[in-house]
Every structure is written in structure tokens, then in C-alpha cells.
Design a protein around this ligand. Structure first.
Ligand code: DX5
Ligand code: ZN
Length: 227
């Protein structure tokens, strides 16, 4: 398990943007480019208007890499499916505050922690930071979505999300909390520094990492942008 603090900036390739006809090779490409965390987007066709993959893919990825697996659940009833994602080998599991739970989100976070894994909460661009406040002591990361979740390749929503990111950073620092601040959606070498300036330290990169033919070069440029 990766032991880093929120002072470390990391680029997280998002598998959603990889070439799925050769997932194994794409995982190696990310690893060889120097990625330490890999971001996995799970979509259920109900919480978001797209369907991606589930626990079986997480398990396949787990068997093919020792990278830290950051699993972003864009699904309802994450508590119902939780056991399967834990079993699949997720290192961090992030839940959406806007999703439905059979039990509760707090209970689901507790189950992730009790399993010895890290947990996070994600906020849709339209969801205010205040909604996450009651849970901040229980989480390892807060994901500020910088696009409406569901699809890769969308433009970075700077005006809608950067004030919230800065508020989350200021609140954390004022209260001596430790959570990482992650941004996801439209992150490129020109947008990542804006997010960094507002407090982000984990940068999810789909199109900007897997799009260019040379992943090492893409990683170099992205890492330099947030150094
Ligand atoms: C969007 C997903 C993202 C997606 C980002 O709903 O949560 O992780 O892969 O893709 P890009 O980097 O292309 O915006
Ligand atoms: Zn994501």
C-alpha cells in the first residue's frame, strides 16, 4: 500500500482511456512510464449514463500489476457490491456522495477501512463541499470531479470546481486533516497546474495519458506540470 502524504503530487492514468483490445499491454505501458497509482472507473449505467466495467476487470488488473489501484465507483448501491471490489484487490475505493446506498455511505466507508483499505468520497461538479464535511475525518481522499462523471474526453470545468477545491484544501489545513485532493476529468499539462494551485495532489489523466503514442513522454510532461 502506497504511503504518501498530500504533499506528494501523482499522475494517475485512467484505464477508461486505454486501448481495451490490449489491456495487459496498456497496464504495462502505464507502469513503465512511471505511474504508481492506476485509476479505475466503474460505471453502472444508472448513477451515470454509461457502463464501463466491474469487479472482474479490477481483479484482472490486480493480477497484472503491483500499482496501487484507485477504484472510482460511479454506481448506486456501492455497499451491495463492496465485498466484490475488496476481493478484487482495490487499494482505495471512492464513493459518490450523490449515489444511493442500501445502508448508508458512512457505514460503507467504515467497511472499507475495516478491511484495511483506503477510502474516498467524490463530489459531482454541482455538489457543494459542505456535503462532504461530516465525513472528512473518515476518508483518505476527496475527489473533486472536474467534469460531469460518465465519460472521458470532456473539458475541464474550471470555474465550477476550482473554488470548491480551494475550500476543501483550506478546510483540511485549518483543521489538521490529512485527506488527499484528487481531480478527475479534463486534466492535461495545461489544466493540471490550475488544479494544483487550488490544492490538488492526485491528478487523474485519461485522454492526456493514454491518448498520445508515447506514454513515457506524456507522463514526463504531466509530471513536470505538477512538480
Ligand atoms: C469520468 C471518469 C474519468 C475519466 C477521465 O467520468 O471518472 O476518470 O477517465 O477522462 P479524461 O482524462 O479523458 O477527462
Ligand atoms: Zn474517475
Amino acid at each position: 500500500m502506497e504511503n504518501i502524504t498530500h504533499h506528494t503530487s501523482l499522475i494517475l492514468p485512467s484505464l477508461l482511456a486505454a486501448d481495451w483490445s490490449q489491456v495487459g499491454a496498456e497496464i504495462s505501458r502505464a507502469e513503465q512510464a512511471g505511474a504508481r497509482w492506476l485509476h479505475l472507473d466503474v460505471m453502472d449505467g444508472a448513477f451515470v449514463d454509461n457502463i464501463s466495467f466491474g469487479p472482474q476487470m479490477v481483479s484482472t488488473v490486480r493480477q497484472n500489476t503491483s500499482m496501487y489501484l484507485d477504484v472510482h465507483l460511479m454506481i448506486h448501491r456501492a455497499d451491495h457490491y463492496l465485498e466484490r471490489f475488496l476481493k478484487a484487490g482495490a487499494d482505495n475505493i471512492t464513493l459518490h456522495v450523490e449515489a444511493n446506498y442500501q445502508t448508508s455511505m458512512a457505514e460503507t466507508l467504515k467497511r472499507i477501512r475495516d478491511a484495511g483499505r483506503h477510502c474516498g468520497l467524490a463530489l459531482h461538479p454541482a455538489t457543494p463541499f459542505e456535503v462532504a464535511k461530516p465525513y472528512l475525518e473518515q476518508i483518505d481522499l476527496l475527489l473533486i470531479m472536474t467534469v460531469v462523471p460518465g465519460f472521458g474526453g470532456q473539458p475541464f470545468m474550471e470555474n465550477e470546481t476550482m473554488p470548491k477545491l480551494a475550500a476543501a484544501r483550506d478546510y483540511r489545513d485549518l483543521h489538521g486533516l490529512k485527506y488527499h485532493l484528487e481531480v478527475d476529468g479534463g486534466i492535461y499539462a495545461h489544466t493540471a497546474p490550475i488544479a494544483k494551485k487550488h490544492g490538488a495532489n492526485l491528478f487523474v489523466c485519461g485522454t492526456s495519458f493514454f491518448g498520445p503514442p508515447d506514454a513515457s513522454d506524456a507522463m514526463k510532461q504531466l509530471a513536470a506540470a505538477v512538480a
